[in-house]
Design a protein around this ligand. Structure first.
Ligand SMILES: NC(=O)c1ccc[n+]([C@@H]2O[C@H](COP(=O)([O-])OP(=O)(O)OC[C@H]3O[C@@H](n4cnc5c(N)ncnc54)[C@H](O)[C@@H]3O)[C@@H](O)[C@H]2O)c1
Length: 324
């Protein structure tokens, strides 16, 4: 089968591509060709799989059509501008997150065939005020441009699936933690920073109170969700095509305790509390816990606790060495 990944040079995209190449199969069929697309050059070599890297702007005229011309059986659509950037650059956010997504969906329509399309949405489609535990059928009232763009993408995905244009599954990812590399422009960046920086021997700033509750899943789980979404029988999902993914709901204090348990006092002591009213104001409007009942029933699996999330980072990014 042929697989296309947009946003393949991104954090989740790179990990997804590594897993696809490692597995060599998807939905029980050997992967023969893998097309990687990003605005920055995606890199990968594929053993027995023919890997082709495509570089460009997905929202540019003709870009999506060129990618879909080879009729990939599964399309993982990950390309996007993250929350902070979509908020500060309104036009860029709409162009990439909405126009790029619609261009991809329309390219599949024009190619007239029926791939599985997996779309990475976000819990940013929900807006405050929230109940303690957010049910799967909570109304969609995003309070950011990013959340609005994702919500429109979800609606398009559901409608194009209903019309038989493609077979889509949207997955609403919680915050993916611990994000490797440098801090990004997402307002949620500190949730990873307070674990990642100390584990690399660096100081970290905690801009909010330790009592803030948030839901996390590791990059490894995110890849697991994507694979499950590619493989699941659409009939089991039914017409509600956009699913809240499971995760681990913890306070920031519990995150720090997990770090202390695993890496010790000195590492956890590298976190400095420095309240930032601007970040605090944003975090106030964020959802905390999700039921994610449908996704769990449908076989989407996240970590059982935050310790496991820290351990995934240590295994994948630090070669299994716990610093002390
Ligand atoms: N990481 C998270 O916590 C999280 C949470 C919810 C949803 N998501 C969604 O998951 C997807 C992947 O997230 P990520 O963390 O890997 O983000 P990322 O920023 O690391 O990757 C996104 C990729 O999209 C590419 N891109 C941006 N504009 C593009 C364009 N015009 N054309 C083609 N490619 C373009 C970027 O270069 C980048 O490599 C995104 O759609 C994001 O909105 C992520």
């Amino acid at each position: 089968m042929r697989v296309l990944v947009t946003g393949a040079a991104g954090m989740i995209g790179r990990k997804l591509v590594d897993r696809l190449i490692r597995d060599g199969v998807l939905a029980g069929r050997p992967i023969t060709a893998l097309d990687l697309h990003d605005i920055v050059p995606p890199a990968a070599s594929g053993g027995g799989i023919a890997v082709t890297a495509h570089t460009g702007d997905l929202s540019a005229p003709g870009a999506a059509a060129a990618l879909v011309a080879a009729r990939p059986d599964v399309i993982f659509h990950l390309a996007g501008v993250v929350s902070g950037e979509a908020e500060t650059d309104f036009d860029l956010g709409y162009r990439v997150n909405l126009d790029g997504t619609k261009a991809l969906f329309d390219a599949v329509h024009a190619a007239a065939y029926m791939p599985r399309v997996v779309f990475t949405s976000s819990i940013a489609v929900f807006g405050a005020p929230f109940p303690d535990v957010i049910p799967d059928d909570f109304h969609l009232t995003p309070l950011t441009s990013y959340g609005t763009q994702k919500m429109i993408g979800e609606a398009l995905l559901a409608d194009y699936s209903r019309k038989g244009i493609f077979d889509g599954i949207g997955i609403r990812l919680p915050t993916i933690c611990v994000r490797p590399g440098k801090a990004n422009k997402a307002a949620s960046s500190f949730f990873s920073g307070i674990i990642r920086e100390p584990l690399n021997g660096l100081p970290a700033i905690l801009p909010v109170s330790r009592s803030v509750v948030h839901t996390h899943a590791s990059p490894r789980s995110a890849v697991g969700f994507l694979i499950r979404a590619a493989e699941i029988d659409g009939a089991l999902v039914g017409p509600r095509r956009n699913l809240v993914m499971p995760g681990v709901a913890v306070t920031v204090g519990e995150q720090i305790e997990a770090l202390r348990r695993i890496a010790g006092e000195r590492i956890a002591g590298l976190i400095e509390e420095k309240p930032d009213p601007a970040i605090w104001a944003i975090v106030q409007n964020w959802p905390t816990r999700f039921a994610a009942s449908r996704a769990r029933e449908l076989g989407f699996v996240a970590e059982a606790g935050f310790d496991e999330i820290v351990r995934v980072y240590i295994e994948e990014e630090l070669g299994g060495r716990v610093p002390s």
